[in-house]
Write a protein that binds this ligand. Sequence first.
Ligand SMILES: Nc1ncnc2c1ncn2[C@@H]1O[C@H](COP(=O)(O)OP(=O)(O)OP(=O)(O)O)[C@@H](O)[C@H]1O
Ligand SMILES: [Mg+2]
Length: 324
Amino acid sequence: MKDPFVLQVNDLHIHFTADGHSVPVVRGLSYTLATGRVLAVVGESGSGKTVHALSLLGLLPPAAHVEKGEILYKGKNLLTMPENQLRTIRGRKISMIFQDPSASLNPVLTIGEQLIETLRAHRPLPPKEARKEAVQLLEQVGITQADKRLDEYPFQFSGGMCQRVMIAMALALSPDILIADEPTTALDVTIQAQIIQLIKQLQGKNGMAVIFITHNLALASQVADEVLVMYGGLCMEQAPVDELFNHPKHPYTRGLLASLVSVDAERPDRLPAIGGTPPVAGECGCGCPFAPRCSYAEAKCSHQLPPLLAQVNHRVRCWPEELP
Ligand SMILES: Nc1ncnc2c1ncn2[C@@H]1O[C@H](COP(=O)(O)OP(=O)(O)OP(=O)(O)O)[C@@H](O)[C@H]1O
Ligand SMILES: [Mg+2]
């Protein structure tokens, strides 16, 4: 039977090693991603969103390692797969775009050289064919006069245009999964909306699954089918987008939603304030990392990790008696 999930993350634990200490930064993350679906991973700075995404691509920095868990791509565990098989999947079937597009492009090569190199690295295309495909890709991401613009350098492109190029690069390999890590944070608000729309449109057209990483719950609601809220390396809540917005259960999610109305129009990339500060990795102790900021916290919350309760398609990490 065909696996309905293009990606399945099971009990993923990632640690950083610093000064001889092993610090957990992702703690038992599990989720499934079905073909053609969009999962938004939302959370404050330091919650483990990027580190988790890098592990999917095998791009963890040297100080980090997967301590435990499984990352199944179409049912096969990427963490135990031989290197030659991995190369056909990571970066190709699973692609990623980052927050700062200009940092991902090589300033001394033209856009065309970079796009064509990406295309030819994975398929033996004659130069003319490759250029034709590169033009089509730029057109697909809404860049006009694509043939001419292929010969320009990154500095001749605006931030929004560079992000379109990065999306074109990611699409060049027809990935099954596109990971977009804060893809619009470096862009101004109008351009943000255009890029979000573009990702959504290409996702529908190409049937890709998308993991959309953001600080911004409002942005997540525009693209996602499903939202996973992370805090202190843990999944705090996960549900289909309508369910999460209409029936948020975790005090943290409820705080985020309640403060959405006060989003700073100038900096919509930042989450509005919830009292207190996010935890520092390694200093979460054994209790709920949100306890110090939670107005419902009881004594047990600070020394016992609440369970991740599952109700049909809605998961929440809290004590059953505390939930609405
Ligand atoms: N190179 C590194 N060395 C040590 N610790 C790191 C390193 N990179 C990240 N971390 C730690 O891992 C944790 C998770 O970081 P991560 O970058 O995944 O957070 P994030 O949710 O993506 O945050 P942001 O919203 O700021 O991008 C943080 O506590 C961070 O301090
Ligand atoms: Mg990040």
